[in-house]
Design a protein around this ligand. Sequence first.
Ligand code: SF4
Length: 474
Amino acid sequence: MTPARMPPDRAAADRVTAGPPPAADARPKRRLHVITWGCQMNVYDSTRMQDVLAPLGYAPVARPEDADMVILNTCHIRENASEKVFSELGRLRPIKQARPDVIFAVAGCVAQAEGREIVARAPFVDIVMGPQTYHRLPEMVARAARAAGAVIETEFPAESKFDHLPDSAAPAISAFLTIQEGCDKFCSFCVVPYTRGAEASRPMPAVLAEARQLVAGGAREIVLLGQNVNAWHGDDGHGHARGLGRLIRELASIPGLLRIRYTTSHPRDMDDDLIAAHRDVPALVPFLHLPVQSGSDRVLAAMNRGHTADHYRRLVERLRGARPDLALSTDIIAGHPGETEADHRATLALILDIGFAQAFSFKYSPRPGTPAAVAPAPVAEVEKDRRLAEIQALLRQQQGDFNRACTGKVVRVLFTGTGRHPGQVAGRSPWLQPVHMTGPASLIGTEAAVRIVEGHPNSLAAEPLPQPEELACA
Ligand code: SF4
């Protein structure tokens, strides 16, 4: 999972709406501004919060200064995550001072972890809600308007929020769909099991219904989300627990759905049927995000990852056996407590063996309440920086090589929007590479074969293929 702050306008821009604008109605016009940090699941949750609030008349605005309600959807993955939230609240406080009726809400994993502490340090916050309770937003807004104090909802409710969420108002062409939440792995460095709770899988009928609704609304690609998405085991509606491989096969039968992706996976949950789905299901794209974190068995054990480096290598061999053009991305942590130079070299050796098309790499940062935060033999910051730089140089090299090797190839691209330059359209290759090309806006929302003319470090440039009639004339 890649921590970052998603500026709303860019997040919104990625959500090129495919459906018609909502009909004008008599609802009081209220303006909503959502700030999203963190992983795709937070992006999905922010979109769903907008859907939950739309019936109250809330419509997204680009600036917090113009909003009647501001939601900070937070991430707890990296160091000082909480402090970042408090400094942002400090930056936004003048809005509340100027307009006391503006509602401020803090959501996501920092809200889940900090709860009342948020109101203690920022008394102007009206609502604090965890990732499992935002379906109750309409009621929380009503209570916040009446209540003398802040509304705090950070327990793990008995009911599933998914059973109370409205249809997605304007699905993106590449739409996120959360199917699994929480985690039972308890990696030594991670707060997710404490902020998102135990692993829970949505039932297959509910997932398929939401997928059909997204495709009917214009989605052409669905990205299945979960902290441990390949641990998904949902009831098929007839009392049988099915795995992710089976769900993907069911999704692939939805007319109009061109592509299926899933993220984030754990190596221990890649079962035979899921590997076979990579062989059998053409709509399942040949790209997999499979975090490994370290190449050292000693560090993997200290991280409580539950597998060895060779297990990971063999798993990748089996995946590439099933789908030879499969490309991989991963997560790597440099400088976990106890990591030695030899462990670091083992990580570099694994990266060389696998060859990653993309990757996210970080230096270890202690998270309060996690075992690693109190583990012996912390690695010095300067050493962490040196190791991270070496890892990132190698990963950059691999990504560049992978992109350059695409030059001259004919690749199918799903176009999701306009490019940075006039007359340009942009989309994603099957390997999730950003692709830009001069072409008509009518391509947006379609998948088309194009020729890659150049592989850049972080993207591909393409040109349209000559049309049959052009070939006939050639
Ligand atoms: S698998 Fe590990 S890193 Fe991933 S969410 Fe679970 S505890 Fe965190």
